[in-house]
Write a protein that binds this ligand. Structure first.
Ligand SMILES: Nc1nc2c(c(=O)[nH]1)N[C@H]1C(S)=C(S)[C@@H](COP(=O)(O)O)O[C@H]1N2
Ligand SMILES: [Mo]
Length: 317
């Protein structure tokens, strides 16, 4: 899966054609679900502040292992879910500009032999950087293909030596309402938290991203450290992590605590289990016109389906 993507800087004249961008916005207008009570997927398109980037755009042979082209740098960095800033996907990039990502420390603690607080520099030095081209499937039924840089979560967990009582991993986003105005909203129980079962966390696919397109991650994508769990709905891939805690019981997660009938702990991508308010059978790949079929486990079943042997995934959604 590595080295499918090559980073080639191109001129800004080669960024996403305006035509394609407009059709994407038209789609979002059409796809906005009528949801009075909806907290996720509640955004409506508005006048977007697009952040100008002179960053690389994809080249024709940049694909994932299924042959799907990576999304443009512009789309990946201008169409974001990050409720700490705003629920408007097209306003996140603007509001996240200037967010302080350095200095940054990550506490790895709980049921481990060697609890450690790492500075970001330690992490970047300690763990060999890899490149992973992953599909991201949002629970709202849109998707992208993203070339990440970073390292396996398993490498970090092995370093701190989980004890035999450790069964789950809990992740926590930074709480900094003075820089993240969305955290002043009382609709959500900040800070954002997420969790994985320990075997999910140790799976080789489970990734900590520090970069994107060969560049340090921008704040809107969860800089300086964000989780990427490609077989689960995007909300599991928690951004701007300051704490990773090994625990014995299933941790609370933000979306489950907000609407447990809609967002479960597992959140494996599953075309057979619809969201109560919309179908999960198909998705809109950002940049494409036709909807495409959603794949079980987002196409990563070969690597992860066995983690759920004997579980009813319509119950453990
Ligand atoms: N802390 C935090 N992490 C988060 C979110 C968020 O609102 N806050 N949104 C999630 C959702 S719903 C998705 S789809 C992905 C989007 O990641 P991207 O903006 O880098 O594409 O981030 C996830 N991680
Ligand atoms: Mo999402």
């Amino acid at each position: 899966m590595t080295h499918l993507y090559k980073s080639i800087p191109v001129r800004s004249s080669e960024i996403t054609p305006k035509q394609a961008y407009l059709s994407r916005r038209d789609f979002m207008k059409a796809a906005t679900v009528a949801t009075g009570a909806a907290l996720l997927a509640a955004c409506a398109p508005s006048a977007a502040t697009e952040v100008e980037t002179s960053r690389p755009d994809p080249i024709s042979d940049a694909v994932d292992e299924l042959g799907d082209a990576v999304n443009t740098y512009k789309d990946i960095t201008n169409y974001n879910n990050y409720y700490e800033f705003t629920t408007d996907k097209q306003e996140v990039a603007g509001l996240a500009q200037g967010f302080t990502v350095s200095p940054w420390t990550v506490e790895v603690s709980g049921l481990v032999n060697k609890p450690t607080t790492f500075g970001m520099e330690d992490l970047l030095k300690k763990f060999q950087e890899e490149e992973r081209v992953y599909r991201l499937r949002c629970v709202e039924a849109w998707s992208m293909v993203i070339p990440w840089n970073g390292f396996a979560l398993a490498s970090l967990l092995k370093e701190v030596e989980p004890t035999s009582d450790a069964k789950y991993v809990r992740f926590q986003t930074v709480y900094r309402p003075e820089e993240m105005r969305g955290q002043k909203s009382e609709l959500y129980p900040w800070p954002y938290q997420e969790g994985l079962r320990l075997d999910e966390a140790m799976n080789d696919l489970t990734f900590l991203a520090t970069g994107l397109y060969g560049e340090p991650t921008l704040p809107q994508n969860g800089a300086p450290l964000r989780l990427v769990v490609p077989w689960k709905y995007g909300f599991k891939s928690i951004k701007s992590i300051v704490k990773i805690e090994l625990v014995s019981a299933e941790p609370d997660t933000l979306w489950k605590s907000v609407a447990s009938n809609e967002y479960g702990f597992y959140a494996n991508v599953n075309p057979d289990v619809d969201h109560p308010r919309w179908s999960q059978a198909t998705e809109r790949r950002i940049g494409e016109f036709e909807r495409r079929a959603t794949l079980p486990f987002n196409g990563y079943g070969e690597q992860v389906a066995r983690l759920y042997d004997g579980m009813d995934l319509s119950v453990h959604y």
